[in-house]
Every structure is written in structure tokens, then in C-alpha cells.
Ligand binder design. Structure first.
Ligand SMILES: Cc1cc2nc3c(=O)[nH]c(=O)nc-3n(C[C@H](O)[C@H](O)[C@H](O)COP(=O)(O)OP(=O)(O)OC[C@H]3O[C@@H](n4cnc5c(N)ncnc54)[C@H](O)[C@@H]3O)c2cc1C
Length: 320
């Protein structure tokens, strides 16, 4: 069976969920071979094997931390040359897309970004994308070279599928461009303890209806009762009620969680563009004519200041 390379996103050996989702999709197309780079790369092996990696190619060098993406592109190219895979899968983060695009250019291959599903096809993997503010679904395949495909977080379920996961050292020679952009400093973001917005299985968002920064504590309380990330509409962000990093939509982040709860959000096309592919959508809005209700699986017509705290309490009671 053909091998499929999966680029591993990890923090000091802790594999992030979107990579485990990629392993689920990779198994549909071939045998997953993971590529883990940087500090702690070898520590990723157990989790990757548990989720189907037959092999884990590892390489550590200070270049991965000290310079921006090019060393990683060099390594992934070395892996492509070593394995001759049927496809290369990369998580659709900003960094992942840059790595994938540079790799595709280097190896003369076509690329598909932001896939939301992947299946085997007679002439290579077929990727599903959700386009034009999620109003169309397209299916496409790369027709030139080794398909390079980036996949959005939450596009597939994480499934255990134990495999050998044998660790092999990857031989990497860095290119002249590898040290072109040096990292000069790092400031850790203050942790909220909540999951990363684009990776969260549940997102609870607030819009203009929340009516003030201080009221976002209601949204946060609901999010915390569900272990969810907090999102916001641009109206809420522009008003200074919530950080820009939490904006969902065309000019914010794209999320595709299992559950999206929109509170006091009208459902403008630009907001929908960032959340329309969520599996289950719930909205709380006091206006029964709000366009968000065209989109929802469950809608509550009501005042969020009454509905949301009750919902939070009910969830807490259910959870015991
Ligand atoms: C180029 C461009 C890019 C944009 N990018 C984005 C983007 O990335 N993300 C984004 O979100 N927007 C984006 N916008 C803005 C977008 O067009 C909308 O203006 C914005 O999404 C509206 O935010 P909202 O739904 O919170 O506010 P509103 O449209 O004002 O809706 C507020 C809703 O809250 C409801 N409400 C009020 N009070 C309560 C209450 N007490 N209880 C329950 N419901 C209540 C109201 O009925 C209303 O439906 C963009 C616009 C442009 C032009």
C-alpha cells in the first residue's frame, strides 16, 4: 500500500489534535508515515503509533526553533524524496499552509488547501473544500506531482488504530534559504486555559447582542461549562469587547467545530464564512427574523441574558 506523509504539529513532543485527525484521513488513502521535527520529536511516536502511523520520521536541530518555516520545508522535502509518498498531508494552520505551499512549489506539485474531507480516488486522493463563504462544496484532486493537501482542524474524528510507529531518523540537509528569517524573540500568550479557537470541538461565540465587554463573562461561563473556546463577531471585536484573536469570520478565524453556539449574532455572510461548516449550529437571538436562524440546527428566540445563564446552569447540573 502506498505511503502517505503526515506533517506532525506538536509542542515539545505533545501531538496536537489536528495531526491525529490527519492520521484518520491518511489511512483512507494509504499507510500513514509521520514526520516529526524539532525538540521532543521522538516523544511523539507513542501517540502517533496509537493513531495509525506505521513509521515516524524524526529530526531535531536548533534551526527549527531559531528560524521561520524554511528548515521545516527542507525536512519535509527530504521526507518526500526518501518515501515517494502518494500524498503529503499538513494541518491547515497559517504555518502549515506556508510549509505546504513552499513544499509544493519545490517539488513541482499541485496543492489543495483548507480541505474539510479526503477520500481515496482512482487517480489519487480527492479532497473536499467548502468555498465562497461555505455556499459551495467542491471536490478536487491534484493532477500534477505528489498531492500536497492541507486539512482544516475538526474535519475528521480522531480514531485509535494502533500501528507499529517505528521511529527512524530522517536525514536532512538545510538549504541556503533555511536561515533567511531568524526568530528574534518569543513572548508566550497569556493562557486562558481554554482550547485553541481553531482546534476546539465546541465554540461559544458572542456578538453585538452581548452589549459590552463586561457581559462576555456570560459567554465565557457557558464556554467553560462545555470545555469550549470563546469566539466573537467582528462587531463585538471592533467595539473592543473581546480580543481580535477571537474573531470568527471572513476576516477572522475559520472554525469548524462539532458544536457552534452563536449568542446575539445576526448571521452576516462574513460571519457565516468562518463558522458555516460547523457540524451542529445553535443560535440564541431575540429577533426571530435574524438570518442566523436560516443556518441553525437548533434556535432559541430569546434574550441571551436570560437564556445563556440558564443553559450554563443546566449543563453544570447534567455534568454533576
Ligand atoms: C469586508 C468585511 C469583512 C468582515 N469580516 C467579518 C468577520 O470576519 N466576522 C464577523 O463576525 N463579521 C465580519 N464583518 C462584519 C459583518 O458584516 C457584520 O457587521 C457583523 O458580523 C455583525 O456582528 P453581530 O452579528 O455581532 O452584530 P449585529 O449584526 O448587530 O447583530 C446583533 C444581533 O444580536 C441580537 N441581539 C441583540 N440583543 C440581544 C439579546 N439581548 N439577546 C439575544 N440576541 C440579541 C440582535 O437581534 C442581532 O441579530 C465583515 C464585514 C465586512 C464588510
Amino acid at each position: 500500500m502506498a505511503e502517505v506523509l503526515v506533517y506532525v504539529d506538536h509542542v515539545d513532543g505533545a501531538v496536537r489534535k489536528p495531526t491525529l485527525e490527519l492520521l484518520t484521513l491518511a489511512r483512507r488513502v494509504g499507510e500513514p508515515v509521520a514526520v516529526a521535527l524539532g525538540a521532543g520529536a521522538e516523544n511523539t511516536a507513542a501517540a502517533l503509533a496509537e493513531h495509525g502511523a506505521v513509521k515516524v520520521l524524526t529530526h531535531d536541530a536548533s534551526e527549527y526553533a531559531d528560524y521561520l518555516v524554511v528548515p521545516k520545508v527542507d525536512a519535509l522535502q527530504a521526507a518526500v524524496e526518501a518515501v515517494s509518498p502518494a500524498a503529503v498531508l499538513v494541518p491547515s494552520s497559517a504555518e502549515g499552509k506556508e510549509i505546504a505551499a513552499r513544499l509544493a512549489l519545490r517539488i513541482g506539485s499541485g496543492i489543495i488547501t483548507d480541505a474539510v474531507d479526503l477520500e481515496a480516488g482512482d487517480e489519487g486522493p480527492v479532497a473536499t473544500q467548502s468555498v465562497f463563504a461555505a455556499s459551495f462544496t467542491t471536490k478536487s484532486r491534484v493532477s500534477k506531482g505528489t498531492p500536497v493537501i492541507t486539512v482544516k482542524p475538526n474535519s475528521a474524528a480522531v480514531e485509535a488504530a494502533p500501528a507499529a510507529g517505528s521511529v527512524e531518523a530522517l536525514s536532512v540537509t538545510f538549504s541556503a534559504q533555511a536561515t533567511g528569517t531568524k526568530v528574534t524573540g518569543r513572548t508566550p500568550r497569556e493562557s486562558t486555559g481554554r482550547p485553541e479557537l481553531t482546534e476546539a470541538a465546541i465554540v461559544v461565540s458572542g456578538g453585538r447582542g452581548v452589549n459590552g465587554a463586561e457581559n462576555f463573562s456570560i459567554i465565557e461561563a457557558l464556554a467553560d461549562s462545555l470545555g469550549a473556546a470563546v469566539g466573537a463577531s467582528r462587531a463585538a471585536v471592533d467595539a473592543g469587547w473581546y480580543p481580535h484573536t477571537n474573531q470568527v469570520g471572513q476576516t477572522g478565524k475559520s472554525v469548524s467545530p462539532q458544536l457552534y453556539i452563536a449568542n446575539g449574532i445576526s448571521g452576516a455572510i462574513q460571519h457565516r464564512a468562518g463558522m458555516q461548516t460547523s457540524k451542529t449550529i445553535v443560535a440564541v437571538n431575540k429577533d426571530p427574523e435574524a438570518p442566523i436562524f436560516d443556518l441553525v440546527d437548533y434556535g432559541v428566540v430569546g434574550d441571551l441574558f436570560e437564556v445563556v445563564p440558564q443553559l450554563t446552569e443546566a449543563i453544570k447540573v447534567r455534568k454533576g
